[in-house]
Ligand binder design. Structure first.
Ligand code: MG
Length: 233
């Protein structure tokens, strides 16, 4: 591929592990609560959420209720507040090899973009925590809440094309076959799937509605990207 290629990445479970964000969010909520009353034990609260049979915040609420009765604590911290803390916290997440790969691709002359589904505040915090805002131009960062369309629709992909009229080939790198490849496939993009290392939130073992949901290429590590891209014409 030539230098007029734009490679857009998915964020969650492509550039970092979403599970790490989940744990970081639980820790932020538990941290908040330990500051309210030291009777709430940080490790016990994180444990209650990570081992929740159904909903982590229901399990935490049950823990808080029991502990409040035992210690005669009047607590004003409901589930909507837990959810808000979780969604808005600045996450402790690591980019692993993804930043190095993107920097290498920029050096090789590729343009870089990001297309992610989610809330603007949550996704923006992840992007900043990983340092992606320092290496991807703001116009090429697409968050579904901000741009007004998820990847189940053509909107974010068409938007990326309209914003980059000089680019003649587009690539999308993602993990989730239910929504990452259908529209870019239909719009003539090259699609590449990062294979689940066993830690992904969304399973890749799903029955797909049709063949155009499938990625054109699959890689085990982002490290394989520069070589793969150099062989695709
Ligand atoms: Mg993903």
């Amino acid at each position: 591929m030539t230098s007029s290629t734009l490679i857009a990445f998915d964020l969650d479970d492509t550039l970092y592990k979403e599970r790490d964000f989940v744990i970081s969010g639980y820790r932020a909520v538990a941290h908040d609560l330990t500051a309210i009353d030291s009777a709430f034990n940080f490790d016990e609260m994180v444990h209650a959420m990570t081992t929740a049979p159904v909903n982590p915040f229901d399990s935490l609420a049950e823990y808080l209720h029991n502990r409040s009765i035992q210690q005669s604590i009047v607590l004003d911290y409901d589930i909507p507040r837990m959810v808000a803390t979780y969604r808005n916290h600045f996450p402790d997440i690591k980019a692993d090899n993804s930043i190095a790969t993107i920097k290498r691709l920029i050096t090789d002359g590729y343009h870089i973009g990001l297309i992610t589904d989610g809330r603007t505040s949550t996704q923006t915090n992840k992007i900043k925590a990983l340092g992606l805002d320092r290496i991807i131009v703001p116009d090429n960062i697409s968050i579904s809440e901000a741009v007004g369309g998820e990847k189940y629709t053509p909107l974010p992909f068409e938007r990326m094309m309209k914003l980059n009229p000089d680019i003649n080939s587009f690539v999308y790198v993602g993990d989730n076959p239910m929504k990452d490849f259908l529209w870019p496939n239909r719009l003539g993009w090259t699609t590449i799937q990062l294979i689940d290392d066993g830690r992904n939130v969304h399973s890749q073992q799903v029955s797909l509605p049709s063949d155009d949901y499938r990625p054109q290429y699959r890689i085990k590590s982002l490290d394989e990207l520069p070589t793969l891209l150099s062989t695709i014409n």
